[in-house]
Design a protein around this ligand. Structure first.
Ligand code: UD1
Ligand code: CA
Length: 456
C-alpha cells in the first residue's frame, strides 16, 4: 500500500530563541525538516503535505522549488487541529504517515516497520521507552498489552505518570479514520488543545486495534526544542555518518573530528585526518589522503590524490595522483588533471591545469588554461582582472614560467616557451621562445644608505 505523508511544522519553537523557524535550523548542513522529507521520500512517493504556521513564509521561501502541498495552520490549537487543517489534501483510502518537522533522525527502516504494522487495522503508533518520560504523552495498555489510549503528561494520574513508554507522536493512520475522527475531536483537557492522540481512544472505541511499534533508538525519535538539543542531534548524526564512512573502508583518524555536511561518497583506503569538513556533494576516490584542517565542498577528488593540511577546495575536480597544499586554495570551476601539484599559498580559480603541471609556491592562477607539464614558478600572478572584466591566460604544454612573473591577460604563451624570472608578459608568445622583460641590473659602488642621527 502506498502512503500519504503529513509533516507538522507549525510550532513556534520559542526555546530556540531564534528568528529562524525551528525546522529550518540545520544539522549536518541540512534543515531539520529536510531530513524528515528525505526519510519520508524513501518510503512514500506521494507529495508531502506540510502544515506550517509560525515562520511559514520563511519555510515556503526555503523550499519554494520542492514538490510540497503547503497548508497553513493559523493558530496552533494542538496536533489534532494541525492535521485537521491538512484533511482536504489527505486521501481517504490510504495510510497517512504523520511526521514532525523537528524530529530529524528517524530512519526510513523504522518508518517502513510502522507502515507495515499499520496495514492490518489501519493504525500504528511509534513508541519508545524513556528513563525520564516527563512531559510526554504516555502509552496506556490493557492487561493483554494492547494499546487503549494515550494520556498527555498534564492530564495523567499519578499512576499513569509512572508509565515509561511514551508516544513519539509519529503514527500511520488510515486517512478514512482521520476524516472521521478529527472533526469530532474536543479540547476539554488540561491544555485546551485538540489532541491528535485522542484518535487512539476513538479507534479502540470502534474496536480498531492500534498496533505499537518500538523505535530503534531514543535518538531517532528525539525532537529539537532548543540549541543544546540541536547540537546533541548534530553529534549523533555525525557519529552515524562517520560510522558509515568507516564501514565503507575509510580510515578516520578521529571519527569525532570529522564533519559531514552533505552527500559524501568516499573510496576504500582513503585516510582522513582530524578537523576536516566535507560539505555539499563530495566524491572522493580510493587511496586519497586528506590532511588535518581541510575544507572540501562540492568537489571530486580522484584516486591516490594527497591533500595536505589546511587546504580549501571548493567546486573543483581534481585528477588522480595530484598533490594539493598544505595551505592551498582551490576555488570553483577549477579542473586539475592527473599528477598536478598545487603547493602552499597557491590560489587557483576557474582554471584548468592539465596532467603533470605544477605551481608549487605562492601563486595566483585565475581564468587560465594551462597545458601539460607546465612549471609555474613561485610568485607568478595571472593579472586576469582589469577592474571591469576578467580575461583569460593560456599557457601551452611544456612551458616554464620563471618566478615572479606577471601574465597580463588576455595573453597566450606558446608551447615549450620559457619566461624568465621577473618578467611581465603583456604580449602573446610564440612556441619555443625565451621572453625576458627584466630591467637591466645596475650596480652603484660607494652607495650610502640614509641614516637616522644617533640619540644619546
Ligand atoms: C505531542 C503529543 C505527545 C507526544 C509528544 C512527542 C499530542 C497531543 N501530544 O506533544 O503525546 O509525547 O508530541 O513529542 O499530540 N504542532 C503543530 N501545530 C500545533 C501543535 C503542534 O504543528 O497546533 C507541531 C509542533 O510544531 C511540533 C509537534 O507538532 O513539531 C508536536 O507539538 P508539541 O507541542 O511539541 O508536542 P505536544 O503536543 O506537547
Ligand atoms: Ca616583478
Amino acid at each position: 500500500m502506498s502512503a500519504a505523508v503529513c509533516i507538522l511544522a507549525a510550532g513556534k519553537g520559542k526555546r530556540m530563541m531564534s528568528n529562524l523557524p525551528k525546522v529550518l535550523h540545520r544539522i549536518a548542513g541540512k534543515p531539520l525538516v529536510g531530513h524528515v522529507m528525505n526519510a519520508a521520500a524513501k518510503v512514500s512517493a506521494s507529495k508531502p503535505v506540510m502544515v506550517i504556521g509560525h515562520g511559514g513564509e520563511q519555510l515556503r521561501a526555503a523550499y519554494h522549488d520542492a514538490d510540497l502541498q503547503w497548508v497553513e495552520q493559523r493558530e496552533q490549537l494542538g496536533t489534532g487541529h494541525a492535521v485537521a487543517q491538512a484533511l482536504p489534501w489527505l486521501p481517504a483510502d490510504e495510510l497517512v504517515l504523520i511526521l514532525y518537522g523537528d524530529v530529524p533522525l528517524l530512519s526510513a527502516a523504522t518508518l517502513q516497520r510502522l507502515l507495515d504494522a499499520a496495514v492490518p487495522s489501519g493504525f500504528a503508533l511509534l513508541t519508545v521507552t524513556l528513563p525520564d518520560p516527563a512531559g510526554y504523552g504516555r502509552i496506556v495498555r490493557d492487561a493483554r498489552g494492547e494499546i487503549t489510549r494515550i494520556v498527555e503528561h498534564k492530564d495523567a494520574s499519578s499512576d499513569e505518570l509512572r508509565i515509561t513508554e511514551i508516544n513519539t507522536g509519529i503514527m500511520a493512520v488510515n486517512g478514512a479514520f482521520l476524516h472521521r475522527w478529527l472533526p469530532m475531536l474536543g479540547n476539554d483537557n488540561a491544555q485546551g488543545e485538540y489532541y491528535l492522540t485522542d484518535c487512539v481512544a476513538a479507534a479502540v472505541a470502534e474496536g480498531i486495534r492500534v498496533a505499537g511499534v518500538f523505535a530503534a533508538s531514543e535518538a531517532e525519535v528525539a525532537g529539537v526544542n532548543n540549541r543544546a538539543q540541536l547540537a546533541e542531534l548534530e553529534r549523533t548524526l555525525q557519529r552515524q555518518l562517520a560510522a558509515a564512512l568507516m564501514e565503507a573502508g575509510v580510515t578516520l583518524l578521529d571519527p569525532a573530528r570529522l564533519d559531514v555536511r552533505g552527500d559524501v561518497v568516499c573510496g576504500q583506503d582513503t585516510v582522513i585526518d582530524v578537523n576536516v569538513v566535507l560539505s555539499g556533494r563530495v566524491r572522493i576516490g580510493a587511496d586519497v589522503s586528506i590532511g588535518p584542517n581541510c575544507v572540501l565542498s562540492d568537489c571530486e577528488i580522484a584516486d591516490g590524490t594527497r591533500i595536505f593540511a589546511n587546504s580549501i577546495i571548493e567546486g573543483a575536480t581534481i585528477g588522480a595522483g595530484a598533490r594539493i597544499g598544505p595551505f592551498a586554495r582551490i576555488r570553483p570551476e577549477t579542473e586539475l588533471g592527473a599528477d598536478v601539484h598545487i603547493g602552499n599559498f597557491v590560489e587557483v580559480k576557474k582554471s584548468r591545469l592539465e596532467a603533470g603541471s605544477k605551481a608549487n609556491h605562492l601563486a595566483y592562477i585565475g581564468d587560465s588554461e594551462i597545458g601539460r607539464n607546465v612549471n609555474v614558478g613561485a610568485g607568478t600572478i595571472t593579472c586576469n582582472y582589469d577592474g571591469a572584466f576578467k580575461h583569460k591566460t593560456i599557457i601551452e604544454d611544456d612551458v616554464f614560467i620563471g618566478s615572479d612573473t606577471q601574465l597580463v591577460a588576455p595573453v597566450r604563451v606558446g608551447r615549450g616557451s620559457t619566461i624568465a624570472a621577473g618578467t611581465t608578459v603583456t604580449e602573446d608568445v610564440e612556441a619555443d621562445r625565451l621572453v625576458i622583460s627584466r630591467v637591466r641590473q645596475k650596480t652603484i659602488s660607494g652607495w650610502q644608505r640614509p641614516r637616522k642621527p644617533k640619540k644619546d
